[in-house]
Design a protein. Structure first.
Length: 171
């Protein structure tokens, strides 16, 4: 129990650190002229009115300008779920290692993370490459970029989701 708590605090700290502001300035101190703009808008296309474009929302774009939604934190129910236990068996990693892997992955939520890990293991792909791809692309696009044919990627994703659902029911 204490070990889980330490890992959770550590993972949360890493996430908070990664989201910190650069330059040591508080929000709103300095920045762009007239106080317009936001650090997360840098490098994103703007619409006619000069506001950030929403065309790069997660799920609708597969390019580098895809805005990534904040990752959902793991819940105790997920850590104790059949899906999480299945990941421990399938990967041979401990709960703490999987939690760290989730935190550093590009997965937007637990379901996407589990699917990506299961599919990568089933296809004998480098799990880290697949999870890294999720930072800017969908699972399907990541698999395609790694050379997996579309039909095989879809079939394996569907197979993984069935396996996850079965594991959840079994717990």
């Amino acid at each position: 129990m204490i070990r889980k708590l330490v890992v959770l605090v550590l993972a949360s700290s890493l996430t908070a650190f990664a989201q910190g502001r650069s330059g040591g300035r508080p929000a709103g101190a300095g920045g762009s002229p007239g106080g317009t703009g936001h650090p997360s808008d840098v490098g994103r296309p703007a619409d006619i009115a000069g506001h950030p474009s929403t065309s790069g929302r997660r799920g609708s774009a597969t390019g580098p300008d895809r805005q990534v939604q904040p990752q959902q934190p793991l819940k105790d129910s997920q850590l104790n779920s059949g899906a999480f236990k299945m990941l421990e068996r399938k990967t041979g990693l401990s709960s703490a290692q999987l939690q760290i892997m989730y935190t550093s992955s590009g997965a937007k939520n637990f379901g996407e993370f589990v699917s990506a890990v299961v599919v990568s293991k089933n296809l004998r792909l480098d799990t880290n490459q697949v999870l890294e791809g999720l930072k800017t692309k969908s699972l399907g696009q990541t698999l395609k970029d790694l050379g997996v044919p579309d039909d095989k990627a879809k079939a394996e994703t569907k197979k993984a989701k069935r396996g996850i659902a079965d594991a959840k029911k079994a717990s």
